[in-house]
Design a protein around this ligand. Structure first.
Ligand SMILES: [Mn+2]
Length: 350
């Protein structure tokens, strides 16, 4: 059971965490299941910084991740859970970009056995892990941003001109910052984010190459699936919500797989009236996957569709603007249920 505590907050200082890490001979660094760009960027940035201080560091990633993120790994060959769990003994373990046991399904039991060695660094509001030393900085747009004071306390310079190339600390920090802010578009991209981005670009981070590798690197199948999704899209609630479906037939015709769906749900967002979008996809019999997105309010305090709540009605969840669920049932039945929830939610919103 995941229990969100009101006390999920910072209990340590960057200095103390840096000391614990640098006093450890061998360190393991990991992040949440299905790591995203920020999770992988965070793990790599801290691993590279500690290696510069001469520590032995093992990196462990848990579950599948988008293959476009592979480019960030450079020469790193991370251990992969659940296929393998670490067998070496570590003096310290860092868990980055999450504080929820629910997001640590594969590494959870291993981490619980070593609880006193674990250090947490995160930027999310809620969590239920109880590691003694942790930094939870919700002002940070990415976990890589929250790591910067720790890397500085380690005495590692990451923003010297000429040090930001492939496989660098600066590149890993930038990857987390860029991907978690939607490449500096989200409201979380504030002055501090641009200041850090500027330092990292000053180090020589190759943002055009990274953008191409991370954001313009889909397979052609993605456009095939997008075309099919758009061709059956329907509007709900006076064009305020868009709903799209992909059936096993669509995947077969496009020779695509669920991994090709990244971003497809966002396509209807380019229409002015769209406040939320949902994609229903089915690749296995009797299971429909729901992916929800919504736009932020136009002004502070304005109304927006909370898709975390909507996904919650189907046993899923996520964030207020991005959420998902997995539903047992036939596509036609689930589609009708989703349409009803959308109509009701938007009617209540007014
Ligand atoms: Mn993050």
């Amino acid at each position: 059971m995941t229990q969100v505590t009101a006390t999920y907050s910072t209990t340590s200082t960057p200095r103390h965490i840096a000391d614990r890490l640098v006093n450890a001979k061998r360190v393991l660094i990991t992040s949440h299941d299905k790591p995203d760009g920020d999770a992988i960027g965070s793990v790599l940035a801290l691993a590279r910084a500690l290696r510069q201080r001469g520590r032995v560091v093992d990196v462990w990633l848990s579950g599948a991740f988008d293959p476009v993120l592979q480019c960030l790994l450079a020469h790193e060959q991370p251990g992969r859970a659940p296929e393998k769990l670490p067998t070496a003994e570590y003096d310290a373990v860092a868990v980055l970009d999450t504080g929820s046991w629910g997001q640590l399904e594969h590494m959870g039991p291993w981490l619980r056995e070593r609880r006193e060695k674990v250090i947490g660094v995160d930027h999310h509001r809620s969590g239920d892990t109880d590691f003694a030393d942790r930094i939870v900085d919700t002002r940070c747009a990415s976990c890589t941003q929250a790591l910067v004071p720790i890397i500085e306390a380690l005495g590692v310079k990451f923003d010297m001109p000429g040090t930001g190339g492939s496989g660098s600390i600066a590149e890993a920090l930038f990857a987390g910052l860029a991907t978690d802010t939607g490449w500096f578009r989200f409201s979380s991209a504030d002055a501090a984010v641009f200041t850090l981005a500027s330092r990292l670009l000053g180090a020589g981070v190759e943002k055009d190459r990274l953008y191409r590798q991370l954001e313009e690197n889909s397979r052609p199948q993605r456009l095939g699936l997008l075309g099919r999704a758009l061709s059956n899209m329907c509007w709900l609630a006076n064009n305020r919500a868009a709903m799209m479906q992909l059936m096993p037939d669509d995947f077969a015709t496009a020779s695509g797989s669920p991994e090709d769906l990244a971003g497809v749900v966002n396509a209807p967002m380019q229409v002015g009236s769209t406040e939320c979008s949902v994609l229903l996809s089915q690749t296995e019999a009797g299971i429909v996957k729901l992916s929800f997105r919504s736009k932020p309010a136009l002004f502070a305090g304005g109304k927006f569709v909370d898709v975390n709540r909507m996904a919650g009605e189907f046993g899923g969840g996520g964030h207020v603007h991005a959420a998902g669920a997995r539903v047992k049932g036939e596509m036609s039945v689930v589609t009708e249920q989703v349409a009803k929830v959308i109509e009701r939610t938007i009617a209540e919103l007014g």
